[in-house]
Design a binder for this molecule. Sequence first.
Ligand SMILES: *Cc1c(COP(=O)(O)O)cnc(C)c1O
Length: 444
Amino acid sequence: MTTRTVSEWEIEFPIIKQLRSYTPLYWSNPKSTTLEQGLPYVGLDHQDIQQASDRLTRFASYLVKAFPETASTKGIIESPLVAIPNMKGALERYYDCAISGSLLMKLDNALPISGSIKARGGIYEVLFHAEAIALKAGVITEQDDYSQLFSPQVRQLLGQYTIVVGSTGNLGLSIGIMSAKLGFAVTVHMSADAREWKKAMLRDRGVEVIEYQDDYGIAVENGRQQAEQDPSCFFIDDENSKHLFLGYAVAGERLKQQFQEQKIQVDSEHPLIVYLPCGVGGGPGGVAFGLKMAFGDHVHCVFAEPTHSPCMLLGVMTDEHEHISVNDIGMDNVTEADGLAVGRPSGFVGRAMEHLLDGFYTVDDNQLFEWLALLNQSEQLKLEPSALAGIGGPLWLSEQPQRCKHVENVNPDNITHLIWATGGGMVPDSEMDHYMAKAAAALK
Ligand SMILES: *Cc1c(COP(=O)(O)O)cnc(C)c1O
């Protein structure tokens, strides 16, 4: 709890009144600065990202064996970068507006193994623990071919350890699937908003799922307590983990390579603006860090949150970070965007990244369904509701480019808008049909 009342908060930050009315808004972050000035707050650097990237490379041969669907990318878990010109046209017609620059989408829904952005950080952290145990037990050295880890002996070794995580769904899927494959015992503490099919899919793979009638914060807290009592238990801490963060950050150099392959220029005259759906903050925060390290001051990152769960905006704006929740200002944290239904942000991510984020905007659930319909009609792409939040970004900035102070003086036609589509790859067809019906009904 914070020490101030709602009306005291509203006096200091008038925008809180608007947040409390659940109307979509854009907030330009006054703390946003250059990479040089912002980087010291992160406490991590290129070398940390490189180590994470190298670790993922060492595991590539294992992943090809354990998950044959990764063979086509030689065990590297990466997603396509695509242009979505038809969606740009669809948005312009629907909102009767003009969007300048080009519109791209990063399809993390198509990431192998778990079909969401969590396949970056979540899988990376499980591999980190597996490697540490295997190295210590002497079953492998860093120079070996890690496909050897795909063996009953290694499964038995890792089976003596437990991985624990609290999740709204997708982190649980990613960590549960990866841990179970390696042989770990794994427990996922799921919040009330987690979808039934995600729990069923995990149980199917031998993961223990513990359900709560409470929100994400409670699920995480229970996971943390379970792990504290047992030294052979690793708690994957969505709110504070540097491993998760670095796993996400590897996306930066990979994206830069995709831009080079597709010959898309990014420089001071051709800025890149990236729109990232934000829950607790680790996924978008880690990716944004990686992007900043890869593209420097030519990339600008904007976070998207549900109108009912603008936790990172609130934490960064008030400087209270994990000490304030949306409930503290009388908001309900209820949204169909289950991956973003987080009331209290990560203090680690907020403090690390607040100087490197350009802005935040909020999205109403109905908009998510409208965008789902438009995206499916125009580009034949289907995402889960949370994953669509980034679509609002180009609309806010084409309406008022000065919202992003770093691109004010650039020719708007030269801007590349990149919408990070964060998930939906594992959604069962019956569930997706249900989303699509809602999407059709949401269209004006
Ligand atoms: C988890 C998730 C996010 C946000 O990631 P955080 O680390 O919680 O901020 C966005 N989209 C989807 C689909 C997710 O599952």
